[in-house]
Design a protein around this ligand. Sequence first.
Ligand SMILES: Cc1cc2nc3c(=O)[nH]c(=O)nc-3n(C[C@H](O)[C@H](O)[C@H](O)COP(=O)(O)OP(=O)(O)OC[C@H]3O[C@@H](n4cnc5c(N)ncnc54)[C@H](O)[C@@H]3O)c2cc1C
Length: 398
Amino acid sequence: MKTVAKNTSEQLTVDVAVVGGGMVGAAVALSLSQAGLQVALIEKQAPVSFEPDSAPDLRVSSINLASEAWLTRLGAWQPLQQMRLCPYQRLQAFEQPQSLVTFDAADVKSSHLGHIVENNLLQLALWQQFPANLALFCPASVLALSQASDSALLTLDNGQQLSSKLVIAADGGNSQLRQLAGIGTNGWQYQQACLVALVNTPYPQQDVTWQQFTPTGPKAFLPLPGQQASIVWYEDTPRVKQLAGLKPEQLTQELLKAFPAQLGKVEVVSSSWFPLARMDANSYYSGRVVLAGDAAHTINPLAGQGVNLGFADAKLLTELIISAHQQQQDIGSAGLLSRYQRKRKPANLLMMSTMDGFYQLFGNDIAPLRNLRQLALTVASRSSMLKTLVARYAVGSE
Ligand SMILES: Cc1cc2nc3c(=O)[nH]c(=O)nc-3n(C[C@H](O)[C@H](O)[C@H](O)COP(=O)(O)OP(=O)(O)OC[C@H]3O[C@@H](n4cnc5c(N)ncnc54)[C@H](O)[C@@H]3O)c2cc1C
């Protein structure tokens, strides 16, 4: 990886400029540079280095088998395994303990359903694989964008100018590049927010992730390596803010009161909270700027799909670009970008609407819906075919 010095007024010409080196942007930049394209990556903040005894990142994600397979091909999964992650074999959903449904890796003939990983470590594992031909600008951000018919020009905050055939915006839900490209969005802020807490548990490392649905919102358990776990607690926003303001000992008491008994006697180490928003970009591209990951869509994290959708965007987009590059075609053509949009936008919208359906079905106490969700869980618990289908969906099978 070539880290480019600050305060330069030279213009650099590359094939692709990627803005945002989070999990999705880093995977895009790695995939393209491994295929021999000249790539520049612009990122505000580098990932924190790994210390084996450091506390886990509060931001964790459930990574499905489809994402794992792609990250393995990129060479980032093996270093991540050498740092820290936690596989899980079972996924449980319930409202009352008697309606508990278990989806098992065995249902899809797999050794596991997915892994819980720390966002920072996954990002770091990707960054560690950057080859020498990748030009990294970090810390840096974009001041201006201008587009011509055959190229785009970015001006960075250090004065550097970057000319490319394509700009990939992977700068997250509040994407500045999306705004600079004039792409609007639609969506809404959910009335609920979620509290995320890192806890110590009395149990050895667990192989199960579970979610209890209650009328005030879901309560989820995500296992971490050793005797630790991540807790996600959805409530209305004022209550989440109030919980987030508590000291760890006080929050521990609230958790023990509100969560089901299988949580065990956990102790809160640290916590934070996140607002929940649904956002869909009106278009995935404009001229030679294309969106990927949260820059294109944000989804209710209820079923842990956000970054998995982002990796699916990144995989398809990079395959199209690499193929066009090999055939010496224009990698930023409207034809290529519309093929990407035609495939990914409907798939992402379908997942977003499915999550909203769950949110409505499981997140309230209206009697007919209460009966419907009891029925749904009972049917699911008795139908092995349905259980297999849900497990296939969880691992990211197409
Ligand atoms: C509580 C919670 C739980 C979640 N759990 C899951 C889960 O279990 N599974 C799952 O798949 N998803 C989950 N998600 C969603 C997941 O976190 C996001 O989908 C994912 O982080 C998106 O990755 P990204 O790389 O697209 O964007 P981001 O992670 O937002 O990364 C954007 C990057 O761009 C950089 N950047 C921003 N602006 C600029 C700029 N102007 N110039 C340069 N760099 C810039 C940022 O520093 C950052 O590194 C969860 C989300 C939340 C809130």
